[in-house]
Design a protein around this ligand. Structure first.
Ligand SMILES: [Zn+2]
Ligand SMILES: [Zn+2]
Ligand SMILES: [Zn+2]
Length: 241
């Protein structure tokens, strides 16, 4: 956290250095980014993201979208328009916040070349089926995403303080569940760590992760306290399925 000198912010353990939440899913045919946070460029450079075939946006909060302009490097390299999926409300906000994307017409390199697409139902992207997962985030209903492909199922819900029954039913038989667990203290728009654990236990995925963590949690300390069943992830963590 800017201006903070707590033990986590001054830790030399790289696992205590947390960029904003995002996920990169790679299959044989697809490279999908979930959210483009303000440090998207740094994440891509640091962790070797060299291709993006599709972008999924959970919601238009600043910490999830303000690295979006750097999608232009991928549309330039790949010489194509990149599909960007989100709830109609999210796409509307994106068109407003990044209004130059549709307006500027010179050269592939100048702006991200994207195809904004409203997502209300499941969509097939090559070999991946992507299903939007509506969840509560304070007063808003926003999306998490279920990705299915090659017989594997992964769900990503980074911002959430309530899971409706209909969405909960989509979370059966998961290989991976990644869920918001902001901090030990309660928060009006995010699950606390205790709430995240409670939901992850109920969901019962083969592998469970807490994400969107703040500097209120020291990596090793939190992992030791919650036990082995749930992983406290870190920037750059890779999972193979
Ligand atoms: Zn701190
Ligand atoms: Zn949010
Ligand atoms: Zn967030």
């Amino acid at each position: 956290m800017i201006g903070c000198s707590c033990e986590v912010c001054t830790s030399t353990d790289p696992r205590n250095y947390r960029r904003r939440s995002s996920l990169y899913v790679v299959t044989e045919q697809q490279h999908i980014v979930m959210d483009t946070p303000p440090d998207f460029r740094d994440q891509a450079l640091r962790f070797g993201v060299k291709r993006v075939d599709a972008v999924l946006l959970t919601h238009p909060h600043a910490d999830h979208i303000y690295g979006f302009d750097d999608v232009r490097r991928f549309s330039t390299m790949q010489e194509t328009h990149i599909p960007v999926y989100g709830a109609p409300r999210t796409i509307k906000q994106m068109r407003k916040k990044f209004d130059y994307v549709d307006r500027v017409s010179y050269g592939f390199e100048s702006v991200p070349r994207v195809l904004f697409t409203d997502l209300t139902n499941a969509v097939q992207i090559e070999n991946c089926k992507v299903t939007p997962l509506p969840v509560s985030h304070g007063m808003d209903m926003i999306y998490g995403f279920l990705i299915e492909g090659d017989g594997k199922r992964l769900a990503y819900i980074p911002d959430c303080n309530g899971i409706p029954d209909e969405t909960f039913q989509c979370l059966e038989n998961l290989d991976v569940m990644i869920l918001d667990g902001l901090r030990p203290q309660p928060h009006p728009t995010h699950f606390s760590i205790a709430e995240a654990i409670e939901h992850l236990e109920k969901i019962g995925a083969k592998q469970s992760f807490i994400t969107h963590l703040t500097h209120n949690s020291e990596h090793h300390d939190l992992q030791a306290r919650i036990g082995d069943a749930i992983t406290v992830p870190w920037d750059g963590l890779e999972i193979s399925l």
